[in-house]
Design a protein around this ligand. Structure first.
Ligand code: IVH
Length: 688
């Protein structure tokens, strides 16, 4: 079908333009039938003929060629000679307009029940709300931005705030529409979904790679990630990448999540199979069915199911925690188990000096990867399971979790129990095991080279200071050269720039990039800096909690060097962590390090928690009393804290507002006595 009748055109150019539009439209239509709906209507040869004709017209009339023409898609059939335009030199970073969240996990039916109970309590419901159930695709998440229906940008998840720009690569993926079909899309929108590789395509790719002497991928997810993050889009184009869309980051006038999925489909996206459930038992049944069909129901790897509250209004009320929504959860499938031979046991030294026994295994495939090392956790773990070298052992791996040996499957004929070393295998200093604890620690925290190396690797890692161009290999080399003897020495590397340029494999560009990365890392955030210090038990979540409570490093240091425990520590920071923090900040060696870092220009900006969008109650101390008709106590509290308010339980002169629901009692009286502003439910909601 033509856009306009032919006889309106008076010259060859106009006719060509009309034909080109028609061809582009036809090709998009058949692309979708073929790649998205799996229902091709024309033969490959007929398709190729359309494609070749369009290519010819574009060559003849280059000025008429549309920027988003299907021929510009590197991966499209017949386009093998068309190169992606403006290939990136390196992947650029890009900010997500709406942060890309992750999901919290449920590992058991009980966890799922807890999720349901939490949702009900938060919303004040008497029964489970309707949930949408989808497979959890084990791939790489991607965010696609469309402006006026045209794909303009594709970003990986990255840290959720900032991802890598993979637009050129994504243009080669046939499942991803360059231009939306249907109607009714917002002028600007972000579609989220998963890039993945089907199992069979993954196996074939690996076979091709191996035959060509190229890198073989560990599992379909790695293969998808590696293929997506290429600098040369023609490589991506040659990889069998697929895409399933499962979410829309925008506000759209759609009442439910399943309507979103349907809408995405009408716009040209492939979507996962979804089903609705309203009871715990229905969920359970769906889960069991999917679990038994885990390797056969869909041709790609799935690592669980995702349950999402279907009603988008309820979703909005439930809101989000730091990086996961309250309205969804991933119900993970159990770990896969296999058996293999235990060839030996090594002892590794971690950044805290912890000695971890590591099983050396005869390589075995489990959960989609080939495993030859697995943790044995600690001395007791080995003893309790009576694990000996030579035994056939059971190994399991769940998702991203480190593989572990869980039991002996068959004992070796002759056995000798493993005796745990009482010294550090690297620096040979004595190791100690604290009464009541399972782990041995190398006691030479100040000088053990293995500890230093592990701390350095941790400090530059993605979740800590994220220093690009400085990995394990480079760190090892710089240690060997004597350039790095402490954590602070990382920021003294610029002193060695001249010598570094002379090193094999470095050169001008690499050194310049590394210096820039170091400079960037100097201005960091408080949670990142805290993680970088490698204090025991202080991971991402806790670092964020600490940062929101103290906002600056100075305040935090002060808090944990006092004899008394700081007041108002957020929930989740227990006595063991407090003891570690106090020990860390009272240790002269660590204080020296912190002072050195400061002198070297390492600073963390004043931390304001992400979720705290400034609002009416921001920075205010609020007391809730009585019963609110429209929202539960949990929800009211969450919405206040999301604005940056502090919610306390008793009314004092420091209280800024008391929110009084029905049947408010003594707290309301206290407020009146102290002359504190009181808001009723309507007044509260108005300002929320
Ligand atoms: S929804 C706010 N649905 O799982 C909710 N995620 O563990 C955002 N994933 O980062 C995610 N299949 O990459 C959603 N059907 C599905 C999914 C899915 C796979 C991935 C996604 C996410 C990760 C969280």
């Amino acid at each position: 079908m033509l856009d306009e009748p032919l006889d309106l055109f008076s010259d060859a150019t106009s006719r060509a333009q009309a034909r080109m539009r028609e061809l582009a439209k036809l090709i998009r239509h058949h692309n979708k039938l073929y790649h998205v709906l799996d229902t091709p209507e024309i033969s490959d040869a007929e398709y190729d003929a359309l494609f070749v004709e369009l290519e010819r017209l574009e060559r003849e009339f280059p000025a008429l060629a549309e920027a988003d023409s299907p021929t510009k898609k590197v991966g499209a059939a017949g386009a093998d000679k068309v190169l992606a335009r403006g290939l990136a030199q390196g992947l650029q970073g890009g900010r997500h307009r709406v942060p890309m969240l992750s999901l919290s996990n449920a590992f058991s039916a009980e966890d799922v029940a807890d999720f349901g109970a939490r949702v009900m309590r938060f919303l004040g419901l008497g029964a489970w709300p309707e949930l949408l159930v989808e497979p959890k695709i084990d791939g790489v998440s991607l965010s696609l931005t469309y402006e006026n229906g045209v794909l303009v940008r594709a970003l990986t998840r990255g840290d959720g705030e900032e991802g890598e720009d993979v637009t050129a690569n994504v243009r080669t993926v046939a499942d991803i529409p360059q231009r939306l079909g249907g109607t009714g899309w917002p002028a600007s929108m972000e579609v989220r979904g998963e890039i993945y590789m089907e199992n069979a395509a993954f196996a074939a790719l690996n076979a091709r790679q191996a035959a060509a002497g190229e890198k073989v991928f560990a599992n379909p997810r790695n293969a998808a990630a590696g293929s997506l993050r290429q600098l040369d889009a023609t490589i991506t184009a040659a990889r069998p990448l697929r895409f399933l869309a499962y979410a829309l980051a925008n506000q759209v006038p759609l009442a439910t999540e399943d309507a979103v999925v349907q809408q995405l489909q009408t716009w040209g996206f492939a979507v996962p199979e979804v089903v609705l459930a309203s009871t715990e038992s229905a969920l359970h049944e769906i889960y069991t069915t999917w679990l038994s069909g885990r390797y056969s129901k869909v041709p790609y790897a799935i690592d669980g199911l995702v349950y999402k509250v279907n009603d988008r209004t309820l979703q909005a009320r439930l809101g989000e925690l730091a990086r996961t929504p309250r309205w969804a959860i991933a119900h993970k499938f159990p770990a896969e188990q296999v058996t293999t031979e235990l060839l030996g046991i090594d002892v590794q030294v971690g950044r805290t000096g912890k000695l971890t026994p590591v099983a050396k295994l005869a390589p075995v495939a489990v959960g989609g990867v080939t495993v030859s090392n697995a943790t044995l956790h600690n001395e007791d773990y080995i003893q309790q399971r009576d694990i000996c070298v030579g035994d056939r052992v059971v190994v399991e791996r769940a998702g991203d979790v480190i593989p572990q040996v869980v039991a002996v499957a068959k004992q070796a004929a002759t056995r000798q129990a493993f005796s745990f070393p009482n010294h550090c295998p690297v620096c040979k200093s004595s190791a100690a095991r604290v009464e009541g604890e399972a782990d041995w620690f190398c006691e030479n925290a100040a000088d053990c080279p293995a500890q230093l190396e592990a701390r350095l690797i941790h400090l530059v890692s993605r979740k800590a200071l994220d220093i690009e161009g400085l990995g394990e290999k480079q760190l090892k080399l710089f240690i060997e050269l004597g350039w790095i003897e402490s954590l602070a020495d990382i920021f003294r590397l610029p002193n060695h720039a001249t010598a570094m340029r002379e090193l094999e494999g470095f050169g001008d560009k690499k050194v310049t990039n590394l210096l820039a990365a170091l400079k960037k890392a100097q201005q960091t955030t408080l949670p990142r800096l805290l993680i970088a210090l490698g204090i025991r038990h202080i991971g991402e979540k806790i670092a964020e909690l600490l940062a929101s409570r103290f906002t600056t490093l100075t305040a935090l240091r002060e808090g944990f060097t006092q004899k008394t425990t700081p007041a108002d520590l957020p929930m989740g920071i227990g006595p063991v962590m407090i003891a570690e923090l106090q020990a860390f900040f009272n240790e002269p060696r660590n204080n020296k390090l912190l002072n050195e870092l400061e002198t070297l220009g390492v600073t963390a900006e004043v931390y304001i928690a992400e979720a705290k969008k400034l609002g009416f109650f921001s920075g205010k101390t609020v007391v809730l009393t009585g019963t609110l008709a429209t929202l539960s106590r949990d929800e009211a509290k969450a919405r206040l804290t999301a604005q940056g308010a502090k919610v306390t339980s008793s009314v004092t002169s420091k209280t800024n507002f008391v929110i009084a629901g029905a049947e408010a009692g003594s707290k309301l009286k206290d407020a009146e006595k102290l002359g504190i502003a009181v808001l009723d439910e309507a007044g509260f909601l108005e300002n929320l």
